[in-house]
Design a protein around this ligand. Structure first.
Ligand code: DQA
Length: 154
């Protein structure tokens, strides 16, 4: 398997994992999730980025596209999932596979969380598996990248 580069992009409030509503999100911190990914996928080159600010996430996506070399993005957009048309438009604008992930099952919670304005423009959605949602997102991106390589005859 060739080396794949994956951006793990986290939005608002995900920096608070570990202390934030542990009954919903568990006790694991974002640093621990990221470390778990790096350990589980030693052949993947990861970039980890989190911001509380919508604009930072958009700029990161554009930067990745412009600079190339990224196989795809695992995105937990936090609450932006439910209302950010700017983020949706940015996802539509970039030609990268983007997997929407959530720790919790957003369809089993409050009504306002059952709407994702980004799902339609993401490659796929993984929701409700705790930290494993990120791992499954990475697996999905590797599968997509390997398929592309096969199709390109590499
Ligand atoms: C979340 C679900 C969102 O509704 C919430 O706003 C978050 C976290 C999740 O990972 O389960 O911040 O994306």
């Amino acid at each position: 398997m060739s080396t794949h580069s994956i951006l793990v992009l986290n939005g608002p409030n995900l920096s608070r994992l570990g202390k934030r509503e542990p009954e919903v999100y568990g006790a694991i911190t974002l640093a621990e999730i990221n470390r778990g990914l790096a350990e589980s996928f030693p052949d993947v080159t990861f970039e980890f980025f989190q911001s509380e600010k919508e604009g930072d996430l958009l700029e990161k996506l554009f930067h990745c596209e412009d600079n190339g070399g990224i196989s795809g993005v695992v995105l937990n957009a936090g609450a932006l999932t439910h209302y950010s048309i700017a983020l949706r438009d940015a996802i539509s604008a970039v030609k990268l596979p983007i997997v929407e992930v959530h720790l919790s099952n957003i369809y089993a919670r409050e009504a306002f969380r059952r709407t994702s304005v980004i799902s339609e423009v993401c490659t796929g959605v993984i929701s409700g598996f705790g930290p494993d949602s990120y791992h499954l997102g990475v697996r999905a991106l590797i599968t997509i990248a390997m398929k592309k390589e096969r199709e390109a005859g590499r």
